[in-house]
Design a protein. Structure first.
Length: 244
């Protein structure tokens, strides 16, 4: 179902995958690297990962999906990654809207999906950066990251290859779910314990964060919250979640 292609170093596995989306032989290809020179998260924020510490990959889905359903791919990816982590090393992670996985309240994984649209159908790639092995104490790279990140090895022994295999197995089992994006959102809400969860949000273009209480995922992937006693929908592209 998935075919792994590994290289020690690259600019970005997402950039590499973008060149394969919709091309013959691109379906089901998984591009992995030990180090990314230009790894990035949402809104072009950098993804910092010392060489060999993280599982860095982009999995191109082996089938197209409806363009209108692309919003559900990051939530589907998060569910598969969380399942794979638990199966591979017995660690349960928390899900945070829109695309993060947390361990002990600290970010351990970010997801950035890419797509190529052709009318009503689209190809998609699931970009994942997952912290697996904490770097040596004398590695100063992590000092640039605030708040400090978490690693799977902080809690249990972990091996990148085994975690990747378990994640890809979860992706394979879940492929049919991509036909029902609403069900993906409901499963993500349940897995995250979303309803009633407090969120601290910063809307793009504003310097003032605000507190809100999450209710559910909107039909387009936005976050429905209660803020100042009123319901409000935060669009996927318009805000980020702040952590202490």
């Amino acid at each position: 179902m998935f075919q792994i292609r590994h290289q020690p170093e690259t600019g970005s596995t997402n950039d590499d995958a973008a060149r394969l989306l919709g091309e013959p032989g691109g379906e089901g290809v998984v591009l992995t690297a030990d180090y990314q020179r230009a790894g990035r998260g949402r809104r072009a924020r950098g993804w910092i990962a010392p060489a060999g510490s993280s599982l860095l990959f982009t999995a191109i889905l082996p089938r197209t999906l409806a363009t209108a359903d692309l919003w559900a791919v990051p939530f589907w990816t998060a569910l598969g990654v969380a399942e794979g982590i638990e199966r591979a090393c017995g660690v349960r992670v928390d899900l945070q809207w829109p695309n993060d996985l947390l361990l002990g309240g600290r970010k351990c994984c970010g997801i950035l999906c890419i797509s190529r649209v052709a009318g009503e159908r689209a190809w998609a790639g699931c970009g994942v950066g997952l912290n697996v092995l904490r770097p040596a104490a004398d590695d100063r790279t992590l000092e640039e990251i605030s708040p400090p990140p978490a690693f799977l090895s902080d809690h249990r022994p972990a091996e990148r290859g085994a975690v990747l295999d378990a994640i890809l197995a979860a992706f394979t089992r879940r492929l049919r779910e991509l036909d029902t994006p609403g069900a993906i959102a409901r499963e993500w809400e349940a897995r995250a314990g979303l309803a009633g969860t407090p969120y601290r949000l910063l809307v793009d273009g504003s310097s003032e964060p605000f507190e809100a209480v999450a209710q559910s995922i909107a039909p387009d992937g936005g976050l429905i919250v209660i803020h100042d006693g009123r319901e409000r929908t935060i669009a996927l592209a318009d805000a980020r979640v702040l952590r202490a």
